[in-house]
Design a protein around this ligand. Structure first.
Ligand SMILES: *Cc1c(COP(=O)(O)O)cnc(C)c1O
Length: 390
């Protein structure tokens, strides 16, 4: 029996990314020599303060915001919760209706469930077969009491990119503010909060080669939210607690690098993504690409394979050194197929056979070759064993 040379291929960048060495180098001093509290008056503290403020500028620049409009948080999840919950509470007298979409991350959907239990009214918009929210549907859902619309920029499972500018326009025409979860698009495609008409935007460091446990919420000047942690006056009283200085410095550097390298990374990832998509379609029968064929995040590849189980594909791939995911990382372990794939109208049985390969800056043509070399036989073998396929 021929033993394949073992490679390690990480293709799960939508779940998380490694910290860029340049980012890590920026962080190191703030754990040790520069360990000061950013609120202290002596220079050790003020060095930390300056580093936090520099990071705020770096993040603001990536999205064309002003540094004053950036609130650092513990990640994308906290940013989503902070935006939705406190905006709805603070603006309650103007209305209690929030509109979102069926393919959001659980950080949005579960927050909306919570808000509904608190008495707010929630509308969840459907998406079409590509995973796009139809502008008409948003227009129809707007009501006089709608105060907030939250639609993600790019989807974490199928990579579809939403028409944010048009959606934000509709929200504004109806007198509502517009929030977007841009965790999956930041650093991969251009995001300009002014041009796109965004009022609030959530971002996360560990999806763009920064450390885990840090993120931010952009809150446009004039938009009112409030704090849900009570304590010190950090982050303009919107996020109490001593700043995670090394983490924030890492996020800032990651944002800067993302801005610098975006064009070349996007071009490479688009090419690799298209190679992988075309290769899979050509070599694996009964496979269907999920999400939008063109309007998707560069390097994001998602498929459903009929008559196989996503989890089994993952185990076989893992045995060959390839790391990928099925559905979203948060739902694996549950038996239900991903809510995103079901929302795209993919039948239950087929949604079970989903595979997501999300490439990043360090993936190569050889990685794509390797996946294309091993994946077809994995699917053939799994289908041979499947009772669904005879
Ligand atoms: C990863 C992710 C989040 C959560 O961000 P964390 O920093 O891990 O809390 C939110 N939304 C989307 C779309 C994501 O992909």
């Amino acid at each position: 029996m021929e033993v394949l040379a073992m490679r390690t291929v990480y293709m799960d960048h939508s779940a998380t990314t490694p910290v860029d060495p340049e980012v890590f180098n920026e962080m190191i001093p703030f754990y040790m020599d520069q360990f000061g509290n950013a609120s202290s008056v002596y220079s050790l503290g003020q060095n930390a303060r300056r580093a936090v403020e520099k990071a705020r500028e770096q993040v603001a620049e990536l999205i064309n915001a002003s540094p004053k409009e950036i609130v650092f948080t513990s990640g994308g999840t906290e940013a989503d919760n902070l935006a939705l919950i406190t905006y709805m509470q603070v603006n309650h007298s103007r209305g209690n209706h929030l509109i979102t979409s069926s393919i959001e991350h659980h950080a949005i959907l579960h927050t909306c469930e919570y808000l509904e239990k608190q008495g707010f009214e929630i509308t969840i918009l459907p998406v079409n077969n590509y995973g796009l929210v139809e502008l008409n549907d948003l227009e129809k859902a707007m009501k006089p009491n709608t105060t907030l619309v939250s639609i993600m920029h790019a989807n974490n499972e199928v990579g579809t990119i939403q028409p944010i500018k048009e959606l934000a326009d509709i929200a504004h025409q109806g007198g509502a503010a517009f929030h977007t979860d841009a965790v999956q698009s930041l650093g991969k495609i251009p995001v300009d909060v002014k041009d796109m008409g965004i009022d609030m935007l959530s971002g996360s460091s560990h999806k763009l080669y920064g450390p885990k446990g840090v993120g931010f919420l952009f809150v446009k000047k004039g938009i009112r939210i409030s704090n849900f942690l009570h304590g010190g006056g950090q982050e303009r009283k919107l996020r109490a607690g001593t700043e995670n200085v090394p983490g924030i410095v890492g996020l800032g550097k990651a944002a800067e690098l993302a801005g610098i390298h975006m064009p070349e990374r996007a071009e490479k990832l688009k090419r690799l993504g298209n190679r992988l998509i075309e290769g899979i379609i050509k070599t694996i029968p009964n496979s269907r690409l999920t999400g939008h064929p063109q309007n998707r995040i560069p390097g994001s590849v998602s498929f459903c394979f009929e008559f196989v189980e996503g989890e089994s594909i993952l185990l076989m791939l893992d045995g060959l050194g390839i790391m990928a995911s099925s559905g979203s990382a948060c739902t694996s372990g549950s038996l239900d197929p991903s809510h995103v794939l079901l929302a795209l109208g993919i039948p239950y049985e087929i949604a079970h056979g989903s595979l997501r390969l999300t490439m990043g800056k360090d993936n190569t043509d050889e990685d794509v070759d390797y996946v294309l070399e091993v994946l077809p036989s994995i699917i053939v073998n799994l289908r041979k064993m499947s009772p669904l396929c005879s």
